[in-house]
Ligand binder design. Structure first.
Ligand SMILES: Cc1cc2nc3c(=O)[nH]c(=O)nc-3n(C[C@H](O)[C@H](O)[C@H](O)COP(=O)(O)OP(=O)(O)OC[C@H]3O[C@@H](n4cnc5c(N)ncnc54)[C@H](O)[C@@H]3O)c2cc1C
Ligand code: FES
Length: 280
């Protein structure tokens, strides 16, 4: 417990709000200034945030890292969030100059082989946040001889829930958009166009990275069951401590033919191999 407290104290920093802009109904882009001591995050990692001095809600809320840069004497952290309940509604009320407690970076991010030729991103709604940071990271990798393609399949319920598209378009060779109600892009679910395109990607040199609602990830797992293309997913379980201590974020992981064990999404995840997780 002493070790955990130490870890928590060292990684818990005060963030100052540089801006907190509404980008779509119920969606915000928050930019924070953090002290220089904040460690460089890796795509797929997350932070736990809470408003200092408040006891309700008591627990911090997990948010993915959407962007990160370092400047003299400090760092800039970007978060993209959807107002889901009390915690995120309080975040939406933050103004420039306000304070936020930030614990992180936490968890295991995406594993990326530098020689990958095709990177396929599949996002559902706010799942676009960690995938944008991943796309940015992939753009900074040394180029592969035949060129690297980053293709994003971005889906949402409706056009208003389709956030972060412009930034993703600037990072990708191609962005394919779907909405459940057809108000933007093709009408349908995001796995439909991916399923059609999948045979066109070179299997040994392609990797899929996904983040979105559980039904979307389960559908992807089904689609890729017999595919040679590898896939990693970031899961968004409810979290309490974010540090591996409370076991509140356990997810079922396959172990052998028919047995399951539990892994902590905050520590062993939030990124897992799609076939490692149990989708039943
Ligand atoms: C690793 C990780 C990264 C995440 N990244 C982002 C992000 O970048 N942007 C973003 O907007 N959200 C992200 N989430 C989800 C975000 O943490 C929840 O929306 C938030 O905690 C809800 O808190 P609240 O107090 O506003 O709502 P609450 O009052 O706690 O809950 C409101 C509603 O949201 C649901 N909910 C609560 N927590 C989650 C969750 N973890 N996943 C799905 N539904 C939830 C509840 O079941 C309830 O229906 C992430 C979650 C995890 C675990
Ligand atoms: S949130 Fe406490 S163990 Fe993961």
């Amino acid at each position: 417990m002493v070790g955990r407290n130490l870890e928590e104290a060292e990684r818990n920093v005060a963030g100052r709000v540089l801006s907190n802009r509404k980008t779509a109904p119920g969606h915000f882009h928050l930019i924070l200034e953090l002290p220089d001591s904040f460690t460089d995050p890796f795509p797929g990692q997350f932070v736990m945030v809470r408003i200092p001095g408040r006891t309700d809600p008591l627990l911090a809320r997990p948010l993915s890292i959407y962007g990160f840069s370092r400047q003299e004497g400090g760092a800039r952290l970007e978060l993209l969030y959807r107002v889901a309940g009390k915690g995120t509604a309080l975040l939406a009320g933050l103004h420039t100059g306000g304070e936020l407690q930030v614990l992180g970076p936490l968890g295991r991010g995406f594993r990326i082989a530098p020689e990958l030729q095709t990177i396929v991103l599949v996002s559902g709604g706010i799942g676009i946040a960690p995938l944008t940071f991943l796309a940015e990271h992939c753009r900074s990798l040394p180029a592969v001889p035949a060129g690297r393609e980053i293709v994003c399949y971005a889906g949402a319920r409706c056009s208003e829930a389709l956030v972060g598209l412009e930034r993703m378009e600037a990072l990708c060779s191609r962005v394919v958009v779907t909405t459940d109600d057809g108000t933007c892009g093709a009408c349908g679910i995001v796995t439909d166009p991916l399923g059609r395109d999948l045979p066109l990607f070179p299997p040994g040199e392609t990797a899929v990275y996904a983040c979105g609602p559980r039904p979307m990830l389960a559908c992807l797992a089904d689609m890729l069951r017999e595919s040679p293309v590898s896939c990693q997913v970031s899961v968004e379980e409810r979290m309490a401590c974010g540090l591996g201590a409370c076991l509140g974020c356990a997810v079922a992981v396959r172990s052998g033919e028919d047995s399951l064990v539990y892994a902590r999404a905050c520590k062993e995840g939030p990124v897992f191999d799609i076939h490692e997780l149990d989708w039943r």
